[in-house]
Write a protein that binds this ligand. Structure first.
Ligand SMILES: Cc1cc2nc3c(=O)[nH]c(=O)nc-3n(C[C@H](O)[C@H](O)[C@H](O)COP(=O)(O)O)c2cc1C
Length: 385
């Protein structure tokens, strides 16, 4: 691999490898992309105050999360269609995360099914992300499959009631259903590494890549015209649905996409184990406040009753440290592992995760924080203590 030293290098490499439609689907935000800019601004505005002369010579990233010890307070976030970035991309992400010793969360909208991912990554700490389908019986069956595969944490995504406005997808013809256009065909032809290494690999094996979890009867090749009504994402979710999930799901239950304190309180009230304070990577509503602005009040309200995770906008190990210093207990990474996957398959995904770990360790050494809990007591410019 060429010298890839930071997130920006991996992103550039991903941009070269992937067709533009797919790269922009991963990379960009929604509408005028102000949420993306606000995310970056919110993390850049935070400074961390070091403790000097601590006499420590190493820092430990070990973390206990949901009662389980993991190697670092990181999780590979659920990302739809990661299997289009590299052939069998979701399994590669799972193996990369497993080698690091952190969980990976598989999306409802993955290309590869949870059963095949489990077979390909037997030791992975698998979590499962749920988009609740309109047909609750099918949703319940999907959860039985995830549970049977040893997924011990269910992340229910509640911040996507409708399709976001992403005009570039429209222009690129990138969407579900995929609309082949001359422009997208030229785009694919100009990226022979992806054409032969990913698309042709599927076509010669499993066939046209599809959403791997959709039931056989409804399974939709991404080129097909519609997704059956039964497996549409439910637009009218309520707290009753969360109570229902709490009843039927045997493992940990985490609600992804919470920003308001009273919603965090309600999540605790229905017996959820955790929440993810997230703006979906700036990909959904363009006028949301950044998680960094929301975490402190949520921590003050529900710490100890819920495990508080955060994501969106992380491009450096120090961005992770900032979310941790604000009070998050672990941080999910979305685009970074995908760029690693695009740049170098499984090795690339692992390399990007190791890069983040190195950056975190360097930051912690400078901050005099020898372990993650010490960092949680860190101070930020916005939250002096
Ligand atoms: C290409 C892509 C697909 C995504 N698909 C899903 C998904 O299927 N379910 C979900 O809950 N979040 C999804 N997300 C959001 C991520 O889980 C995560 O919240 C976000 O990417 C974090 O921001 P970051 O990319 O800046 O790290 C997706 C993000 C990306 C970039």
């Amino acid at each position: 691999m060429p010298m890839l030293l930071n997130a920006s290098d991996y992103r550039s490499r991903a941009r070269q490898f992937l067709p533009r439609g797919l790269f922009e689907y991963i990379d960009r935000g929604s509408e005028d992309e102000t949420a993306l800019a606000r995310l970056r601004g919110s993390l850049d505005a935070i400074t961390l105050l070091p403790a000097v002369l601590t006499g420590r010579d190493r820092c430990d990233l070990d973390t206990v999360l949901f009662g389980r010890r993991i190697a670092a307070p990181l999780i590979v976030a659920p990302t739809a269609l990661a299997g289009l970035v590299s052939h069998d991309g979701e399994t590669k992400l799972a193996r990369a995360a497993s080698r690091i010793g952190i969980p990976v969360c598989i999306s409802t909208q993955s290309v590869t099914s949870i059963e095949a991912i489990r077979r390909g990554a037997p030791d992975a700490l698998l979590w499962f992300q749920l988009y609740v389908w309109r047909d609750r019986a099918l949703t319940a069956r999907l959860l039985e499959r995830a549970s049977a595969c040893g997924c011990d944490n269910l992340l229910v995504t509640v911040d996507t009631p409708v399709s976001p406005n992403r005009e570039y997808n429209e222009r690129n013809g990138f969407g579900i259903p995929f609309k082949p256009r001359l422009r997208s065909m030229i785009d694919v032809a100009l990226h022979p590494g992806w054409l032969f290494g990913v698309l042709a690999h599927y076509l010669m094996g499993e066939g046209v890549p599809t959403y791997g979890h959709y039931p056989e009867a409804f399974r939709t090749a991404i080129t097909r015209a519609d997704i059956a009504e039964a497996v549409r994402i439910e637009p009218h979710l309520s707290w009753d649905d969360m109570r229902w999930l709490r009843e039927i799901w045997p493992g940990k239950l985490t609600i992804k996409g919470v920003l308001a304190v009273d919603d965090a309180e309600r999540a605790a009230g229905i017996g959820a184990d955790g929440i993810v304070v997230s703006v979906h990577g700036g990909r959904n509503l363009d006028c949301l406040p950044p998680p960094a602005d929301c975490i402190p009040a949520i921590v003050a309200a529900v710490k100890g009753r819920l495990t508080i995770l955060a994501d969106s906008g992380v491009r450096r190990g120090t961005d992770v440290l900032k979310y941790l210093a604000l009070g998050a207990e672990a941080v999910l990474l979305g685009r970074l592992p995908l760029w690693g996957l695009a740049a170098g398959g499984e090795q690339g995904a692992e390399a990007v995760l190791r890069m983040v770990l190195r950056e975190m360790e360097t930051g912690m050494a400078f901050l005099g924080a020898h372990c993650v809990p010490a960092l949680r007591n860190g101070r930020t410019s916005e939250q002096p203590n």
